[in-house]
Ligand binder design. Structure first.
Ligand code: HPA
Length: 270
């Protein structure tokens, strides 16, 4: 694992050997943020050792490094999902690489289904905590001592400080932001209505197929994470609509401008 991390790191560092402040992982339909970076350097995942290539519509495969609001940003346009068949160490490889690049702040965005009654399509929601025990742990296997401890505390995965700051940033740009608990679902099928009812009993407010592995590894690396979910649909069984990826993409695209306005203000404020 160290060898893979180091190879990927060395390649990216050779393209951009300056410090980077923040890493951003762009979720489904939320990749336009990466296009806003000034003086961008684009690196194809194809060219980075050990990076797989994303195959999902709406998920490209590029790393973009540039500046936004006077901060240096590395943005992933396209991420790796467990449901694509990747092992968790592949899904989370970019986070280890970002940590090696000296990055201490991660912003991760995703599209999700809303479970809680007030979480309707278009709602931007900060992740306050997650339910991830239904997925294999990305920390399973020999511990990478260089990054963090064998038994990692998980009580502040989604940094409270960053959430406080993010709520202030949202107010400044008049974007309504709520908070909720995100439940990881392995996918790639959407959940059944019975599964959603069960997740609700367990305390989930929203559900999605990403983010949790990356956030766990970021915590293990000592990074601070802000998780932002965009609700693209009511979760299974909570509306009469049949779920499909097209609907998710359309809802994400139509909220993208608001999302970018909010994230940009947050980057300015951080
Ligand atoms: N379930 C899982 N993942 C999702 C959903 C959903 O309802 N919407 C967007 N991503």
């Amino acid at each position: 694992m160290y060898k893979q991390i180091n190879n990927a790191y060395s390649y990216i560092y050779s393209k951009y050997p300056q410090p980077i402040d923040i890493a951003i992982i762009c979720g489904s339909g939320l990749g336009k943020l990466a296009e806003q970076l000034e003086n961008p350097i684009t690196i194809d995942y194809n060219d980075i050792p050990h990076f797989p290539v994303s195959t999902i519509l709406g998920h490209e495969g590029k790393l973009i490094i540039g500046t936004l609001c006077d901060k240096t940003i590395i943005a992933m346009k396209g991420r790796f999902h467990y449901y694509e068949g990747h092992d968790m160490d592949v899904v989370t490889l970019p986070i280890r690489v970002f940590s090696k690049l000296g990055i201490q702040t991660l912003i991760v965005t995703n599209a999700c289904g809303g479970i809680r009654e007030d979480l309707n399509p278009g709602q931007i929601t900060l992740i306050s905590d997650h339910l991830g025990f239904m997925a294999p742990s990305p920390l399973r296997g020999p511990n990478l001592d260089e990054f963090g401890p064998r038994f990692q505390d998980m009580s502040d995965v989604y940094s409270k400080d960053l959430r406080i700051l993010a709520k202030e940033s949202a107010k400044k740009v008049n974007v309504d932001v709520k908070e909720g608990i995100y439940c990881f679902f392995k996918g790639p099928m959407f959940e059944t209505p019975a599964e959603i009812r069960a997740f609700k009993v367990l305390g989930a407010d929203m559900v999605g197929m990403s983010t949790v592995p990356e956030a766990i590894v970021a915590r293990h690396c000592g990074m601070k994470t802000l998780g932002i979910s965009l609700v693209t649909n009511k979760a299974a069984g909570l509306s009469s609509n049949e779920l499909n990826h097209q609907e998710v993409m359309e809802a994400a695209n139509s909220a993208e401008e608001r999302m970018i306005k909010f994230v940009k203000q947050f980057i300015k404020d951080i």
